[in-house]
Structures are given as structure tokens and as C-alpha cells.
Design a protein around this ligand. Structure first.
Ligand code: HEM
Length: 410
């Protein structure tokens, strides 16, 4: 081969290099027909979390309000901003507060980073709670989704604990006394209360041991547990047949059609009155969509319908956090002064309902489908509990003054 041919071959390889890298990662062009839409969902690591097609009803914005997704995106924002904050933070009682001042004064965008982390954390607690309310009101916790509800309770508890452990890290008066009060509420738990309190603090009072324990839990243990639980939570949604959805009257009457993929045991018993059909997995993918028995098809391709909805929720979540972080600064009070507790000392807001309860006695410690008649009793009991907790949180936040006396906020 001549030198000039070799040279031009090399030039072509260099010129095609970016395109080759691109096409080795993204195997499909932007989809323009149903087959490509399905194939894109199948072959992309991130997209294959979704089914190729979803029921149109699950995309109704007023059914889920996108609250579960918002919780997830807030967690992502928290991970990104949290890792960046870790470059500056030191979990030491002598340095932590100074590092907060540095973030404010000398680190580029430090204050903005802290604001984003703080407001996303409060937002996540509130949104996860609202997501749980939505799941309850729509009855989405029922069979076959009971296990996902149980996982959800775990998710709520870990979210609360993540926020609580983060609260201490700035090591200012607000942090110190909120955690002192919060952990003493844990001390009221029957039988093991005092042991739990000691396990959390690593000491009799909040100090260096507690700061280190809270830090390790906050930046490593709890985020890992939450990531694992979220992964199982999403996997269960697929296994439970996608999201629950309002019943479609016309479809409910339709012939029950059991579709199995190739390889399913042929001897499965057939429910009476049903038609058994066996398709290759590609049967779902190939367009036009296979219809058997003229069953009305109410599903749409995840690409782009579900993705656009998800992108919208993502942009909305990020935008709200950015605006809040531009407008409001995360609080930073005086450095810790053990001799000077604020009066009253209050736990973080989501535990104020508990604090209010404990303060009485140490011994007490599509929206329309949300309110269906069949769930009236269960929903009323749940709603009452939620309302009582919210009222207690408002009383604890605004109406309690020195010595836990009632005060007027005005
Ligand atoms: C970190 C916290 C959580 C995240 C990131 C999360 C995420 C999600 C997402 C993205 C969905 C899809 C539908 C939607 O957006 O509503 C979902 C559904 C669901 N979540 Fe969560 N969730 C969390 C906490 C919870 C909690 C606290 C519960 C209940 C105690 C719960 C129970 C469920 C159930 C049962 C479903 C299925 C709902 C249905 O089929 O309609 N999740 N979750």
C-alpha cells in the first residue's frame, strides 16, 4: 500500500471517529416509526426501566400528579449538590461551622449550592409524604401492590432520617438544639427509647461522636439504602403490571386476553372464558400493533409520550428549586452554644407533630377518583390522622413560645 493511500485511510478513520463513538453508544437513530420507538426503549440502559408501551390512563397528570417522580428527581439533585458540598465540609465540631461560613463567603456558588441542597431536602420530605397520600387515596396500595406500599413506608422513614441527620451538620444553634430535641423525642419510645438515643448520639449528649455518626449515616449509609429501595420500588412497579389506573368502563367489559411471551409453560391452566394467545416478544414491538379479538387498545408508546411527561416533571422540579435557591438563603444561626438553648427549642418541622404530642404528656408520644365511596371510611380515618398531624405541626411551628407556652405569632 502506498504512503498516500495509508495516509488518506488514517484521515478517514480520524474523521469518522466521533460518529463511530456516538453510534457505538447510541445504537438507534431518533425513532421515526413504532418499531424504532420500541427498539429504543429496549436497548437503552436508562430507558429500559420503562415498558415499551404504557396505558394512556397512567399518563393522566391529575392521577399521580408526578409526585413519585418529583421525589426521585429531588433525590438526584440532593446527591449531586451533596457530593459537591462534601468537597468543603469537615465533620468536626471545631471546623464544621467555619466551613459553613466559607461556603457563604469564599467558595464560588457555595451559598447557592447549600441553598439548593437545603430546599431540595425540605421539598423531598414534603413531596414523598404527598406521594404517599396520593397512593393511599387512590387505593393504589391494594393487591398486587401491597409490597410496594411496604417498601414505600421504608422509603419515607429513610427520607426523614436522611433529612434529620443532615440537620446537625452545619453545627449552628438551630442544628444543635433541633437534634437535641429530636433525639430526646426518640428517648420517649417505650422500652428501647434510651438505648436508641444513645446509639444515635454515641454519648449522653450531642457532641463530636454524634456529629461523626450523623455524617457517616448522611453521606454514605442512608443514601445507599435509599438508592437500593428506590431501585426495588421501580422494579416492583413493572412487576405489578405498571401503575394502578382508574378503571375504564368500556375496557372492563372486553374479552380477557392473556398474552404470554414465548417460552412460558404451555400447560398453564386457562381461566374460563378467556382466550389464550402466545406471541413472541417482538410481536409487541412490530408495527402495526397486533390486535386480537378487537380489544380496544388504550396503550401508547413510552417513547416519546412517557418521556415527555417525565422531562416536564424534571424541568419543573429543577426550576422550582433553582428559583427558591435564588430567592431564599438557607438559615445559618450563631455557632453552637451549649450554655444558651433557644427558648423554645424545636425539633425539625416534620417532627414537630411528635414534639407537640410529647409535650402534652411523656406517655403520649385525576383527584376526583381519590375519594371513591368504597374507600370512604379508610380515607376518612387516614385524612383525620394527616390533618391532626398538620395542625400539630402548625401549632408547634408558630404558636409555641418560651417554656412551650401558647404565644401569638402576630
Ligand atoms: C424516596 C421516596 C419515593 C420515591 C422516589 C418514589 C417513586 C415512585 C414513582 C416514580 C412512582 C411512579 C408513579 C408516581 O409517580 O406516582 C411510584 C409509585 C408508587 N409508590 Fe412511590 N416513591 C417513594 C415513596 C413512596 C412511599 C412513601 C410510598 C407509600 C408508603 C410509596 C408507594 C408507592 C406505590 C404503592 C406506588 C404504585 C402506585 C400506583 O401503582 O399507582 N412510594 N413511586
Amino acid at each position: 500500500m502506498s504512503d498516500t493511500t495509508k495516509e488518506s485511510g488514517l484521515l478517514t478513520a480520524v474523521r469518522e471517529f466521533p460518529a463511530n463513538v456516538w453510534s457505538s453508544i447510541f445504537r438507534n437513530p431518533l425513532p421515526s416509526n413504532d418499531l424504532e420507538r420500541a427498539s429504543t426503549s429496549f436497548t437503552n440502559f436508562f430507558l429500559h426501566v420503562h415498558p415499551v408501551k404504557v396505558n394512556r390512563n397512567t399518563l393522566r397528570p391529575l392521577y399521580t400528579l408526578g409526585l413519585g417522580l418529583m421525589s426521585f428527581f429531588l433525590f438526584l439533585i440532593l446527591v449531586v449538590t451533596g457530593v459537591l458540598l462534601m468537597f468543603y465540609y469537615v465533620p468536626s465540631t471545631t471546623q464544621a461551622y467555619d466551613r459553613m461560613l466559607d461556603l457563604r463567603g469564599s467558595v464560588a456558588f457555595g451559598i447557592f449550592l447549600r441553598n439548593m441542597h437545603r430546599w431540595s431536602a425540605h421539598g423531598m420530605v414534603a413531596i414523598v409524604f404527598l406521594h404517599m397520600c396520593r397512593v393511599f387515596f387512590t387505593g393504589a396500595y391494594k393487591k398486587p401492590r401491597e409490597f410496594n406500599w411496604v417498601l414505600g413506608v421504608g422509603l419515607l422513614l429513610v427520607t426523614l432520617f436522611l433529612s434529620f441527620t443532615g440537620y446537625l451538620l452545619p453545627w449552628d444553634q438551630l442544628a444543635f438544639w433541633a437534634i437535641t430535641v429530636g433525639t430526646s423525642i426518640a428517648g420517649y419510645a417505650p422500652l428501647v427509647g434510651k438505648q436508641i438515643q444513645f446509639l444515635l448520639l454515641g454519648d449522653a449528649t450531642v457532641g463530636q461522636e454524634a456529629l461523626l455518626r450523623f455524617y457517616v449515616l448522611h453521606v454514605a449509609v442512608l443514601p445507599l439504602v435509599l438508592t437500593l429501595l428506590i431501585a426495588i420500588h421501580f422494579w416492583r412497579i413493572r412487576k405489578d403490571g405498571g401503575l394502578s389506573r382508574p378503571e375504564e368502563p368500556a375496557r372492563a367489559q372486553a374479552v380477557t386476553l392473556i398474552v404470554t411471551t414465548v417460552g412460558a409453560p404451555p400447560s398453564e391452566p386457562r381461566p374460563s372464558g378467556s382466550v389464550k394467545k402466545t406471541y413472541g416478544l417482538q410481536g409487541f414491538v412490530r408495527g402495526p400493533f397486533i390486535r386480537a379479538g378487537n380489544v380496544p387498545d388504550n396503550s401508547v408508546f413510552s417513547w416519546p409520550n412517557l418521556l415527555i411527561a417525565e422531562l416536564f416533571v424534571f424541568v419543573l422540579t429543577v426550576a422550582v428549586i433553582l428559583v427558591l435557591s435564588l430567592l431564599f438563603n438557607a438559615p445559618l444561626e450563631e455557632p453552637v452554644n451549649i450554655m444558651h438553648p433557644p427558648n423554645p427549642a424545636k425539633a425539625p418541622w416534620y417532627f414537630l407533630g411528635l414534639q407537640e404530642m410529647v409535650s402534652y404528656s411523656a406517655f403520649w408520644g385525576g383527584v376526583g377518583v381519590w375519594f371513591a365511596r368504597q374507600r370512604l371510611l379508610a380515607n376518612t380515618i387516614f385524612l383525620t390522622l394527616v390533618v391532626v398531624n398538620v395542625i400539630f405541626i402548625i401549632i408547634g411551628t408558630f404558636f409555641r413560645g418560651p417554656n412551650w407556652q401558647m404565644v401569638s405569632p402576630w
